[in-house]
Ligand binder design. Structure first.
Ligand code: DIG
Ligand code: MN
Ligand code: MN
Length: 392
């Protein structure tokens, strides 16, 4: 057993739809057979994952009878028990069926909005039955192609009404679930409402039960928006709203690639793991580490499991590198908090007229301060050398 072999304590999870992705894309059909959910659970357990996540229709075919659903769920629960795998997160597929072609909660058609609530309540029931404590909402179709189709403020109000209603549903049934909202800027719609984690964080503050609602940032989605994923996650952590996370890899300026974690921007992945694991100080993230990613279309089933193992192994390698980096005395010296006995008491302690007078009257030699070199070239070289394995 190497120190990079995943264990249940690592809290790694995969969605049924991730390793179950049959390799279909807009330019070609599936290249792999559809995998049975129970087979997926057993194989993920073998790979060292701790849990599996699901959309309702990843497990229960759309339109299945109640008897069919009971049979499927009963078999699935037995597989979970046999393998010790858990279901930390559940979600609703509100994007595949054509009825959602113009959105779900934000649709102009009240019948669609009603069906979206019905489908989500049933999926929440399923998630609760499987033990999920987090419920993700990804509004893949909540957006526009022809932007004149609705006032964007109306879309936000409809989404808020749905979130408020569903928070009440969870409270009414005492499910003890938290909601995690997942942003994406575009694809499959030209524009998706609430396109980044930052937009979601503000939206959450407008909800009736904002304490129940956080975010589920995804690497690929913030990178698609041209943003630093680690900075988006840091803002969510700083306000205690990182309720879940979707890890994967993404090239800047591409469609949503959902690549193996760490397979593209290694430095970005390193700074993310450093943040989540708290090696730089501050609170660490202790929720599920979910890989919302899939194998290349070139792969057979064996390649899919290599993909899954690679996601987890790279995360653990980067965690070890982050520990070494933040234990490096030269790194520590460069990033150490600068102290100033005269100024520190005046900053961050709030306002007073005396503090204002002291700051206004303070003599600061700005030219001397401006001349100071910050050693960031050395710091980034140290970062690169830790990543390249020649230091640490
Ligand atoms: C896409 O990134 C979305 C869907 O796969 C799912 O609804 C959500 C949960 O991870 N991510
Ligand atoms: Mn994605
Ligand atoms: Mn996702």
């Amino acid at each position: 057993m190497s120190s990079f072999d995943p264990t249940k304590q690592d809290r790694f999870t995969f969605g049924l739809w991730t390793v179950g992705n049959p390799g279909r894309d807009p330019f070609g059909p599936s290249v792999r057979a559809t995998l049975d959910p129970n087979h997926i659970v057993r194989k993920l357990a073998e790979c060292g994952a701790a849990g599996v996540n699901l959309h309702d229709n990843d497990l229960i075919p759309f339109g299945a009878s109640a008897a069919e659903q009971d049979r499927i769920v009963s078999t699935f629960k037995k597989t979970l028990a046999d393998t010790g795998m858990t279901v930390p997160m559940a979600t609703t597929n509100l994007f595949s069926h054509p009825v959602f072609k113009d959105g779900a909660f934000s649709s102009n058609d009240p019948k669609v909005r009603a069906f979206a609530l019905q489908k989500t309540m049933r999926a929440i029931d399923l998630g609760a039955e499987l033990g999920a404590r987090r419920y993700v909402f990804w509004g893949g179709r909540e957006g526009t192609d022809a932007d004149a189709c609705r006032d964007p403020r109306t879309a936000l109000k409809r989404t808020r009404d749905a979130m408020n209603f569903l928070c009440e549903y969870v409270k009414d049934n005492d499910y003890g679930m938290q909601f995690a909202l997942e942003a994406k800027p575009n694809e499959p719609r030209s524009e998706i409402y609430l396109p980044t984690t930052g937009h979601m964080l503000h939206f959450i503050s407008t909800l009736e039960h904002e304490e129940m609602v956080g975010v589920n940032p995804e690497v690929a989605h913030e990178v698609m928006a041209g943003l630093s994923f680690a900075h988006s996650v840091a803002q969510a952590m700083e306000c205690d709203k990182l309720f879940h996370i979707d890890l994967n890899g993404q090239k800047m300026g591409r469609y949503d690639q959902d690549l193996r974690f760490g397979s593209e921007d290694l430095k970005g992945a390193f700074f993310l793991v450093r943040l989540l694991e708290g090696t730089l100080g501050g609170k660490r993230y202790d929720g599920p580490l979910h890989f919302d990613a899939h194998a290349y279309r070139t792969e057979d089933e064996e390649g899919v499991w290599e993909f899954a193992k690679g996601c987890m192994r790279t995360y653990k390698i980067l965690h070890q590198k982050a520990l070494a980096f933040d234990a490096d005395s030269e790194v520590q010296a460069i990033i150490a908090e600068q102290k100033d006995a005269a100024i520190d008491p005046l900053l961050g302690g709030g306002y007073s007229a005396a503090t204002a007078a002291s700051l206004k009257g303070m003599e600061i030699d700005v030219d001397a301060v401006a001349q100071r070199g910050l050693q960031y070239e050395r710091l980034d070289q140290l970062t690169v050398e830790h990543l390249l394995g020649v230091r640490g």
